[in-house]
Design a protein around this ligand. Structure first.
Ligand SMILES: O=C[C@H](O)[C@H](O)[C@H](O)COP(=O)(O)O
Length: 229
């Protein structure tokens, strides 16, 4: 297994160990969250966990969890005991950028209801400020998307519509994603409010003040970071 994959798995297994019988668990999306779902699935199959219910943040995570026989429910207003997910960037306050895998809307809807959001990542995801390495994914409506992109550009945001092939990338919710380049200096909370007030924007990949802790794996071990008060 490539080094980074090994690190992702290590971090994921630390978080999966926090799941106990009877919990309702938010299941994240992406290459790191996949290892957490597999670890929870294996514990479930071994009879170590019972009465666990998952809420999946993407079609892919839903399929993976069900392949282990894990019961999956739709999101409803009840709180989740824990949610475990990866991230694209993690700042020192555990503010996050998420959504490079396209699952930001379902992730935010799910994880905002979690009593604990636990992030798992390899050390390359740590940044001193959000936007240092990754763009900010912004989910936008398909209808009138060019007009929405103009509104985003008018806010001073660079970036581009996510388009891996001939067609734009389509989220599980049937929307498009604009990957915005963040300026060097900005107030994330203020930008989040502005974006949420912009016609055509459905959700952003800012996850501010949501993560309780993060397991971040590096070659010299797994660091457990807790959100500062
Ligand atoms: O939309 C995708 C999610 O926000 C992922 O959790 C994020 O992109 C990190 O994914 P990975 O673990 O594959 O780097």
């Amino acid at each position: 297994m490539a080094d980074l994959e090994h690190l992702k798995k290590e971090a994921a297994e630390r978080a999966a160990a926090l799941v106990t019988s009877g919990m309702r668990v938010g299941l994240g999306t992406g290459s790191t969250a996949k290892y957490a779902i597999e670890a929870i699935g294996r514990r479930f199959q071994a009879g170590e966990l019972s009465g666990v219910v998952g809420v999946a943040t993407s079609e892919a995570s839903d399929v993976l969890a069900r392949s282990f026989g894990l019961p999956i429910e739709a999101l409803d207003p009840r709180p989740l005991d824990i949610a475990i997910d990866g991230a694209d960037e993690i700042d020192p306050q555990l503010n996050l950028i998420k959504g490079l895998g396209g699952a930001l809307l379902r992730e935010k809807l799910t994880e905002v209801q979690a009593r604990r959001l636990v992030i798992i990542a390899d050390h390359t995801k740590l940044v001193t400020r959000l936007g240092e390495k990754a763009p900010l994914p912004v989910e936008i409506a398909r209808f009138g998307f060019l007009s929405t992109i103009e509104r985003l550009r008018a806010l001073g945001l660079g970036g581009r519509l996510r388009q891996p092939g001939a067609q734009p990338y389509l989220t599980d919710n049937g929307n498009y994603i604009f990957d915005a380049q963040l300026p060097e200096q900005f107030d994330a909370a203020a930008l989040e409010r502005t974006l949420k007030g912009t016609l055509g924007v459905i959700e952003t990949g800012f996850f501010l003040g949501m993560a309780e802790r993060a397991f971040v794996a590096a070659p010299d071990g797994v660091q457990e970071l807790v959100r500062p008060d």
